[in-house]
Unconditional design. Sequence first.
Length: 204
Amino acid sequence: MTAGRPRALLWDVGNVIVRWDPRTLYSKIFQEPVARDRFLSSVCTMDWHGATDRGVSFADNIDRLTVQHPHYAAEIAAWWDRWPEMFSGPIGETEATMDALAARGVPQHGLTNMSTETWPMVQAMSPAFRHLGEVVVSGVERVMKPEPRIYQLVLERTGLAASDLLFVDDSAANIAAAAALGFHVHHFVDPAALRPAIAAHGLL
């Protein structure tokens, strides 16, 4: 456990500030949940999607996959053409917590695995994004969580030490990597547990 108390927040974005799940879209495309899940586990997988988070364009990533699975061309194309339909809105508990932190003058920053193409439209999904100062986006930097380099970029951009930051993320792997580097961490699983956890760190 990192000693001392943090003085700033570092937020993940997907499934911490806004809800994102490809099944939200693909449940509309596939009538059967089994067919949907098979497609998402064998065609449009998270490993495949990760290339866009590392800076590959959606067009190039989709073209490469369509060559491998031409019979799924329309479904693969929907990954970009209907991208906003993967979202089901902001997480109210997080928005309220960000507002409360801002009212207290607590600095807030962001660290997200996300494409440069999607980041602007995601920012438009919640007014809470206005509270973020520095935001490190993997698609810009071409390095991703949980790789140590992207956490070091946060420290360089913010001028803060790892022990100054409380990092909130829904990925256990990302949390473990940050903790190993000396960040305070909160694994975001239950939105209702967020504000009490931050209060326990003395920030609210």
